[in-house]
Design a protein around this ligand. Structure first.
Ligand code: ZN
Length: 214
C-alpha cells in the first residue's frame, strides 16, 4: 500500500514550469541531485538529470495525492530517473518500460489511466547546441563538453520539454498476475505454469550455458 511517499512525490515542490533556469528538482539542488544520481546510476549521466527534470515537471501536472504509475518509452537512463524520484520501480511494477526508443515518460493515475506524457522536444533545443548535439548524437562522445552540457541542461529550464495529456490503454492498467506456480519436470526449478509444460529456459529461452567444472 502506498501512502506518504506517493503523496510526497505527487506534490513535488519545484518552481512553476517555464520560469527560467531549473533551480531545484523536487527538493534537490543541482549538486544534491548529481550526487544522488551518481550513487544510483554510477555517474551523473545527462540523460538521468534530464529525466529527473522531466518527471518533476510531469508530477506537477498530476492531481495532488493520487497513486500514479509510470511508463518509459526507452530503457536508456530514463527508467533510473523514475526510480530515483518517484515510488515507481521496475521491481514493484509501478514502472513499465515499453521500449519505443523515444525519450519520453508518462505518469498516470494507476486506476483511471489518465495522466501526462513528457518528452525532451528536439524542436525546442535551438540555442542549446551542446544539449542538442548530445541528444541527437551529432558529436562523438569524446568531443562533447560535459560541463557545458550540464550547464545547458539546467539553464534551459523547463521550456525544452513538451507535455500533453494521455489516456493509458486499459490493458496496461490491469494487474498482471503470475498465476499458479509449479516445479519444472526438466530442471526442477519453480516457474509460472502458464508458460507451458516446462519452464521457458527448458523450452530454449536460454541466456547462459553452464561451463563444465574442471
Ligand atoms: Zn525448466
Amino acid at each position: 500500500m502506498r501512502t506518504d511517499m506517493d503523496v510526497k512525490a505527487a506534490t513535488s515542490s519545484s518552481a512553476l514550469p517555464g520560469t527560467g533556469p531549473v533551480e531545484r528538482v523536487g527538493t534537490y539542488t543541482r549538486e544534491e541531485l548529481a550526487a544522488r544520481i551518481s550513487a544510483f546510476h554510477g555517474t551523473a549521466a545527462p540523460g538521468v538529470v534530464i529525466g529527473c527534470i522531466m518527471i518533476d515537471l510531469a508530477m506537477q501536472q498530476l492531481p495532488e495525492g493520487i497513486l500514479f504509475d509510470a511508463i518509459c518509452e526507452t530503457a536508456d537512463c530514463l527508467p533510473d530517473a523514475v526510480q530515483l524520484i518517484t515510488p515507481c520501480t521496475i521491481g514493484n511494477k509501478w514502472l513499465k518500460i515499453i521500449n519505443l526508443g523515444r525519450f519520453a515518460v508518462s505518469l498516470y493515475d494507476k486506476y483511471s489511466g489518465q495522466g501526462v506524457r513528457v518528452f525532451l522536444d528536439p524542436c525546442k533545443l535551438q540555442g542549446w547546441d551542446e544539449l542538442r548535439c548530445w541528444f541527437l548524437k551529432i558529436k562523438p562522445k569524446h568531443d562533447q563538453d560535459s560541463d557545458l552540457l550540464h550547464t545547458q541542461i539546467w539553464a534551459a529550464g523547463r521550456d525544452i520539454y513538451t507535455l500533453h495529456p494521455v489516456q493509458i490503454d486499459a490493458c496496461y492498467l490491469k494487474k498482471q498476475s503470475k498465476g499458479p506456480v509449479g516445479i519444472c519436470a526438466q530442471c526442477g526449478e519453480a516457474y509460472p505454469l502458464k508458460d507451458g509444460a516446462t519452464c521457458l529456459w527448458c523450452q530454449g529461452h536460454t541466456h547462459y550455458t553452464t561451463p563444465a567444472l574442471s
